[in-house]
Design a protein around this ligand. Structure first.
Ligand code: ZN
Length: 238
């Protein structure tokens, strides 16, 4: 960063999310998230102690996610039941609040992120469909194979913020790792933690299941930086 000493930056944002810098050996580093559909790069906005604002343009590279392109006329499905839609919105808002609040939690981890399962990935992050040029849906997590009852492990140290049964996600657990990083574990048959628990990296927090909207048992694993959902494979250690 040109002419910017670590102590000169008071606030920074990228893609609408605040960054939490750490200084080690006079090198400034922070996690940051690139939204999956960003195409023209991002602006890193820095506020300095002298009141100056410095914008740094960050180039981004398109992710290599499989995309099915459909160019046929739109089909209209039955409108969703409004009570159900309201429930889904409420649940999404609660998950979003966990992500927002994570920016106020200090970093709770010191080690790299682990995959929550050691089994094969059955569906990667990002695959989606474009509909007449517009992306209509994407797979915003990573699916791991597993039989009902198989262990699901905490990707890193964190605090349990949400344990509930969601309409789409089924039995869910959301962990706050601090500094804006949240992980979530969906479709569980059983949750083995309670809100407020501190879990260590690798602790079993639940069991694979087929709850919520699924076609069979698996773990759907989500990682978010603030409210930007990122590719879990970009965060977990390989
Ligand atoms: Zn999934």
């Amino acid at each position: 960063m040109r002419d910017a000493s670590p102590s000169a930056i008071t606030h920074a944002t990228l893609a609408g999310e605040p960054l939490h810098f750490r200084v080690e050996d006079n090198v400034l580093s922070a996690f940051a998230a690139v939204p999956v559909d960003s195409t023209n790069g991002l602006t890193l906005a820095l506020l300095c102690t002298d009141g100056a604002r410095v914008d740094v343009r960050i180039a981004t590279r398109d992710g290599e996610y499989p995309l099915e392109r459909l160019t046929v006329a739109p089909r209209f499905s039955a409108p969703p039941d409004s009570a159900l839609l309201a429930r889904q919105r409420r649940e999404a808002a609660r998950a979003a609040e966990v992500s927002r609040a994570s920016h106020d939690t200090p970093r709770l981890f010191t080690e790299p992120f682990l995959p929550p399962r050691t089994t094969r990935i059955t569906s990667g992050f990002g695959s989606g469909r474009t509909f007449n040029g517009t992306v209509t849906s994407r797979h915003m997590g990573t699916d791991y194979a597993g039989a009902v009852g198989a262990p699901v492990r905490a990707t890193n140290r964190g605090v349990v913020r949400l344990v509930d049964r969601f309409y789409l996600g089924g039995n869910v657990v959301y962990l706050d790792h601090g500094d804006g990083l949240v992980s979530a574990y969906l479709h569980l048959s059983r949750q083995r933690v309670a809100v407020g628990d501190t879990v260590q990296r690798g602790d079993v927090i639940g069991e694979v299941g087929a709850t919520g909207r699924v076609t069979g048992p698996h773990l759907h694993f989500i990682v978010r930086y603030g409210n930007v959902t990122v590719d879990p494979e970009s965060v977990v250690a390989r």
